[in-house]
Design a protein around this ligand. Structure first.
Ligand code: SAM
Length: 361
């Protein structure tokens, strides 16, 4: 409502008001703590506590080459947020094994700091985002502050580590055997190639082709392939989902990107023409229900918020601009896939955060 307008008086329910303010206290603490989590991740403060050995602020500051007065305040904020423990008698701070798994140790399936790099980049983009809410224009992936790209990789990779090779690939009909024997795989919208590289390491007889329309992401993916020693079986090229090159892929994979596309139906149609006979399209999407109200829960809150700042703007910046959103739900996704000419569509796997679909010819 514009300032200066009269608000009609409405009765206030004090219990509802208190409940809302109670939730707000939790949310405000979590939001204000976000920069501290980022600082702790960047300066190695969590990593230095990952072994569970109790430290004083002075010891932690010394270990990490940081300033004691700030570190003391940082530790107390973390203790108040239950991210580290405080030993009242000894005046020391330590991490439980669970706190270390989530915050201190790299490459665990529950590693969370990557999320905070995404958050920081969105805060830096806030003015641009406010403007597109006024104009209705799109905002492409490439138009975001660069922290989004690294943050997205770090945020998603733990989930792929935990699920991709152990659960999702085996859930696709006949795919694990094909990949072990030697298959051709295209990973579309691959970003920094977290999924591509994980598959390439797990299935050394197969060839992997990663594509993304965003050149800086492709360059980063190439560096990572080199560092992982899998450049002999992985290539990364710039290409959009509707016209990526190559044929006879046994598997085409879309990880958390179909809903970001302006023309997902067009992409589906193109995928179909690139598959080998009997080939599979694997679509990994954020978990969502078909019923909007059923997504009004803590996980839906995260996904709708990402959708409102990244996914819908990305789609609206591209041709057609369907704007599926990250909470489209299985029924709308099925419509998109069938619209591309696929006869077979089923949900092959799900976790609380993701749904994995299998589409075939
Ligand atoms: C949320 S990120 C997911 C990245 C990666 N798949 C992962 O799981 O880490 C979405 C990706 O889709 C890419 N993308 C968006 N629209 C695209 C299009 N039309 N063609 C190819 N890539 C696209 C973006 O550049 C971005 O890298």
């Amino acid at each position: 409502m514009a300032t200066g307008q009269q608000v009609p008086a409405r009765e206030i329910n004090p219990d509802a008001l208190n409940a809302m303010l109670g939730r707000a206290v939790q949310d405000m603490g979590a939001a204000l703590q976000a920069p501290l989590i980022l600082i702790g991740d960047k300066l190695g403060l969590y990593r230095a506590m990952g072994d569970g050995v109790p430290v004083t602020p002075t010891e932690l500051a010394k270990k990490t080459g940081t300033a004691e007065r700030y570190v003391r305040e940082w530790l107390n904020a973390n203790a108040a947020g239950q991210l580290v423990q405080y030993d009242t008698e000894k005046g020391t701070y330590f991490m439980t094994p669970e706190q270390a798994l989530v915050l201190a140790l790299d490459d665990t399936p529950v590693h969370l700091p990557g999320f905070y790099h995404v958050l920081a980049s969105l805060m830096k983009d806030e003015e641009k985002l406010t403007e597109i809410y006024r104009t209705g224009k799109g905002m492409g992936w490439h138009e975001h502050e660069k922290g989004l790209f690294e943050g997205t990789e770090r945020f998603f990779r733990p989930t792929y580590l935990a699920n991709l090779v152990s659960n999702w690939i085996p859930a696709l009909e006949g795919m694990e055997a094909k990949l072990k024997a030697g298959a051709r795989v295209a990973d579309i919208g691959c970003g920094h190639g977290a999924s591509t590289l994980l598959m390439a390491k797990s299935y050394p007889n197969s060839k992997f082709f990663g594509f993304d329309y965003h050149l800086p992401s492709i360059e980063k993916a190439r560096e990572k392939a080199e560092a992982a020693g899998v450049s002999d079986r992985v290539t990364f090229e710039v290409a959009a989902a509707k016209d990526f090159p190559g044929k006879d892929y046994d598997l085409v994979a879309f990880f958390d990107c179909l809903h970001d596309m302006g023309d997902p139906v067009g992409a589906a149609g193109h995928v179909r023409t690139t598959l080998a006979p009997g080939g599979t399209w694997m679509i990994v999407e954020p978990f969502a229900n078909d019923d909007t109200a059923a997504n009004h829960n803590p996980i839906g809150r995260i996904f709708y918020s990402a959708s409102a700042t990244v996914c819908v703007p990305c789609s609206l910046a591209q041709e057609v601009g369907l704007g599926l959103g990250a909470q489209a739900g299985p029924a709308r996704l099925e419509k998109v896939v069938r619209g591309g000419g696929f006869a077979h569509f089923r949900k092959a796997a799900e976790t609380p955060f993701n749904m994995v679909f299998e589409a075939r010819g």
